[in-house]
Design a protein around this ligand. Structure first.
Ligand code: F6R
Length: 612
């Protein structure tokens, strides 16, 4: 059955629309199409018979892009499956429309419109509606009035999404019989036939009722009921984001949780990014803004995977603010003396909020009276760490059942970026950096979805690790902690001994381990350090090491006999640690499955380490 997707955003929407269509494929369809208003203000479209993949191929060859658009998968009712019958349908290059359902009185309307000179290029009932809208606009209606006016002329069951050259900021939708939801984003909004289509970009939805017509803009939604009266419809949080603790279609919780990351991240961002920056309410506690303004140094304390997110956080804090930042594992910090630091913010990071070492380190700091404020980044509300800390910044990953932390880690990284934004704001710093962070974070769920598409390729790759006893992980800059996290994941669930090094350290010792038996896994985003990393890879390759590189598609790393390249989507630099975590999680998962270990409950490990 037909599927509708629409988007109005600051960012380009073509990929969002395509992803929405892919998620609606399960409904069945014979053709697909997409239209946007481009930079020149023109209504442009691309349509293809067959799969969404064919449309994607066409868009690859002849790209179209814009900040507002509509898309459709068609299941033919009126007119054969053919490109000219595929939606969106246009009228005079002025109105673009996608439609689900049937307009029963289309024949009379078609005849009438033909006598008025409207030219039809398809056999569909839908094109009639496009021309009716165009006629109403010519008669002086705005797009909303046009829709209300046209609706009164239609008989049948339908849902529509409309864009128009005359009003390039507005998406108009109408529902009569066929379902339609509005997805609420952060300075962007979406529409879809169901929430599945929109889950990568939002988890908050308004379900339209029969007879509703809505005006959807980036910063506002207006809904009119069947009597054309303005009406409020409740906003619902998606159940899918309740992360019910059952396996669903997945074989293990770890895999389920890896795949939940786009929605966990969207949930962690929800309500936290506003048009003018990061919301202060992101951090719960007293005098957040005033005291963040006074911070002169930061100390991060955590264990295991949470420690790795803190390591990445240090790179971001020191790159984007002038605040020096230290980090230490809690079990070390708690037993050594630290000289007092002026106006120190102490940050604990923990999935469970119950880790004994982290709690003890916080206790020590509080007893010493050596901090301006303590903040915990934590996934469990009402946990010990949230109760013991002055402030909390909650990740909204939902319960994590697999012992190996996955979605908790990536949402911690998201929380750290929000914190960096707040620090910049509190210090009166360069607000364009906050905008850069916000814009990046908005794209993140979709980029994670794209990285998850590597799942099948990684499953095949995992076979090469089956007989291995050891593995090395390499990364540079903020990708070094990601290499550490990749190595930790591999060792904890597959029991393969794995170590991570900053790639530049290789020649200072670990290179001695490299031979044709040693797999070396590297993350290579297209950042300033890429060329340095390539030289390090050359050092390994020339010594016969077997290299597996997850590389940006623009990194131009050529595969070779002992150099295997897995192409990653292009990712803005600030997001690389988050997105490149995904393939490493998938690799350890598939290796562990092949080795037959207890993936969700690896030997000797516990989810919440409440003892020292
Ligand atoms: C590894 C893992 C552990 C935890 C560590 C800290 O996958 O989950 O390394 O990260 O035990 O736990 P939390 O984050 O609950 O403090």
């Amino acid at each position: 059955m037909c599927g509708i997707v629409g988007a109005v955003a600051q960012r380009p929407v073509t990929e969002i629309l395509l992803e929405g269509l892919r998620r609606l494929e399960y409904r069945g369809y014979d053709s697909a199409g997409l239209a946007v208003i481009d930079e020149q203000g023109q209504l442009v479209r691309s349509r293809a018979l067959g799969r969404v993949a064919s449309l994607q191929e066409r868009l690859h060859k002849e790209p179209i892009e814009g900040h507002i658009g509509i898309a459709h998968t068609r299941w033919a009712t009126h007119g054969v499956p053919a490109e000219h019958n595929a939606h969106p349908h246009f009228s005079n290059d002025r109105v673009g429309l996608v439609h689900n359902g049937i307009v029963e009185n289309h024949a009379e309307l078609r005849a009438e419109l033909k006598t008025q000179g409207y030219v039809f290029t398809s056999e569909t009932d839908t094109e009639v509606v496009a021309h009716l809208l165009s006629r109403a606009l010519e008669n002086g209606d705005d797009l909303m009035q046009a829709m209300l006016n046209v609706r009164s002329q239609l008989i049948g069951a339908y849902s529509f999404a409309v864009i128009a050259h005359d009003d390039p900021e507005t998406l108009i939708v109408a529902r009569q019989g066929s379902p339609l939801v509005i997805g609420l984003g952060l300075g962007e909004n979406f529409v879809g036939s169901d929430i599945q289509a929109l889950l990568p970009v939002t988890s908050r939805f308004i379900y339209l009722e029969n007879g509703d017509v809505a005006r959807v803009k980036r910063y506002g939604i207006e809904i009119f009921d069947v009597n054309n009266r303005p009406i409020e419809r409740p906003v619902k949080q998606s159940n899918v984001n309740s992360f019910a603790s059952d396996l669903g279609e997945y074989r293990h919780f770890m895999l389920k949780e890896i795949f939940e990351q786009p929605s966990a991240i969207a949930a962690t961002l929800e309500g936290r990014i506003a048009a003018n920056g990061i919301n202060w309410g992101t951090i719960k506690g007293q005098q957040v803004q005033e005291r963040l303004a006074q911070v002169e140094s930061i100390q991060i304390i955590a264990c295991g995977t949470s420690f790795h997110s803190g390591l990445v956080g240090r790179y971001w804090i020191e790159a984007l603010t002038d605040i020096p930042c230290q980090i230490e594992v809690a079990s070390e910090y708690r037993y050594r003396r630290q000289p007092p630091r002026k106006n120190q913010l102490v940050i604990t990071i923990s999935q469970s909020g119950e880790t004994a070492d982290t709690l003890a380190a916080l206790e020590k700091i509080k007893q010493e009276g050596s901090c301006l404020a303590s903040l915990t980044i934590c996934n469990v509300p009402e946990s010990s760490l949230t109760r013991e800390s002055d402030w909390s910044l909650m990740t909204v990953a939902g319960p994590e059942i697999g012992v190996a932390s996955t979605k908790a880690f990536t949402t911690q990284l998201v929380a750290l970026q929000l914190l960096v934004g707040l620090l910049i704001q509190a210090k009166g710093g360069d607000i364009s950096k906050v905008e850069q962070l916000s814009n990046g974070l908005r794209q993140l769920p979709l980029l994670i979805e794209q990285a998850l598409n590597l799942n099948d390729a990684i499953e095949t790759l995992a076979e090469r690790f089956l007989e291995k006893q050891h593995a090395l992980f390499l990364g540079r800059g903020e990708m070094y902690p990601i290499a550490l996290e990749g190595a930790l994941k591999l060792k904890e669930i597959s029991y393969i001994h794995a170590e991570a090094y900053p790639a530049g350290e290789l020649k200072h010792g670990p290179l001695a381990l490299v031979d044709s038996e040693m797999p070396i896994i590297t993350v290579a985003p297209n950042t300033a350090l890429l060329e340095k990393l390539k030289s390090n890879l050359e050092e390994v390759r020339s010594r016969g090491g077997e290299l597996y590189v997850f590389a940006d598609k623009e990194a131009h790393i050529q595969p070779f006999s002992n150099l295997h390249v897995l192409e990653m989507p292009h990712v803005p630099e600030l997001l690389t640690p988050i997105v490149y975590t995904i393939p490493l999680q998938l690799l350890s998962y598939h290796v562990a499955v092949l080795k037959g270990t207890d993936v969700d409950k690896p030997r000797n490990l516990a989810k919440s380490v409440t003892v020292e």
